[in-house]
Ligand binder design. Structure first.
Ligand SMILES: [Zn+2]
Length: 322
């Protein structure tokens, strides 16, 4: 009996078995790794598309705000005479009702009766320029108003705190500034406002009672009637403010410093109460550069005072009364 004799298996058969084994192993490995590779590939694609979508969304928001400001700018060209003759629609800012005025403390109004009042407002911060803007305001001993969004992190917390501690007004401008989320329903708007108010209170101890709608109250992006949101704010004791002078610093291609100065100073004589719109965004360097010149110009105007917005301030509101 020979021990070398394989138990009835020919070399050809062994080779076939070996090949078959290889095929099976390759097939099994493919079954395991192909879906895995596909999952990784599509996962990566999803992450990059999500990122791109986020960027496009914020870009869209930005252009919508721009459009909204542009449309308001057009509206302000309507003369009051045209309005009174019924030849133009009512888009001019309206004053708060007498009953509401009686509820407000008129401290600034009394203190500066007969003065022209100018309010510098900065939207969309805090950001990389906030500290520098605050330094400039300190240098000229001026108090302004910051309509902020929610940004987490210790550095941002310090900025909210510095705004509040320096005596500037801390206003709300929504948590995320994403129109489609904020304006999707009254409930969403209420929740967003409460979240931001609580957040600011937690960080600064200030319970903010002033608001600026992203895109302004005259925006035409909200599917819900803006009056409904205005009513909600009013129920919470929050007053909203738009603007009557835009520095137009929100353009996609940043305006030069001189242009921003001119946009503001050329309109100042038109108003006894001027609320000026600026943006406290990282890329808005020319806003920061223009600020000292604008403040110096206002401080050189006779009987004119720069004040922070409070509930006492007469609101400039684009939204017409219903
Ligand atoms: Zn904004």
């Amino acid at each position: 009996m020979s021990t070398n004799q394989p138990s009835g298996k020919s070399p050809a058969r062994l080779k076939r078995v070996k090949i078959l084994k290889k095929v099976i192993v390759t097939f099994v490995l493919t079954l395991i790794f192909l879906p895995l590779a596909m999952a990784i590939y599509f996962g990566c694609m999803a992450v990059s598309l999500k990122e791109e979508l986020k960027n496009k969304e914020s870009e869209l928001n930005y252009y919508m705000e721009l459009q909204s400001e542009a449309s308001f700018q057009k509206n302000t060209n309507v003369s009051l005479e045209d309005v009174s003759k019924g030849e133009a629609s009512l888009n001019e800012p309206y004053k708060i009702s007498e009953s509401d005025v009686s509820k407000l403390s008129l401290k600034d109004e009394e203190l500066y009766a007969g003065y022209k009042k100018v309010y510098l407002t900065f939207d969309d911060g805090p950001g990389q320029n906030t500290d520098e803007i605050l330094d400039i305001l300190d240098r000229y001993n001026v108090k302004a108003t910051f309509f902020v969004i929610r940004k987490d992190g210790r550095n941002n917390e310090k900025l909210y705190q510095r705004i509040a501690e320096s005596g500037h007004s801390l206003g709300m401008h929504s948590c995320t500034h994403v129109y489609k989320d904020l304006y999707q329903s009254v409930d969403a708007f209420k929740e967003d406002t409460k979240e931001l108010r609580d957040f600011l209170y937690l960080v600064t101890g200030v319970e903010s009672d002033i608001y600026r709608f992203p895109g302004g109250s005259s925006n035409n992006v909200s599917p819900v009637d803006m009056h409904e949101f205005a009513n909600e704010l009013s129920k919470e004791g929050i007053v909203f403010f738009d603007w009557n002078i835009s520095s137009q610093d929100a353009t996609a291609i940043p305006l030069g410093k001189d242009r921003i100065v001119k946009n503001v100073t050329s309109q100042l004589s038109e108003y006894n109460e001027a609320i000026i719109l600026f943006h406290d965004l990282d890329e808005k360097r020319t806003t920061v550069e223009a600020l000292p010149e604008i403040i110096e110009y206002i401080q050189s105007m006779e009987n004119t005072v720069i004040l922070p917005i409070t509930r006492d301030t007469n609101p400039i509101q684009h939204l017409s009364v219903k």
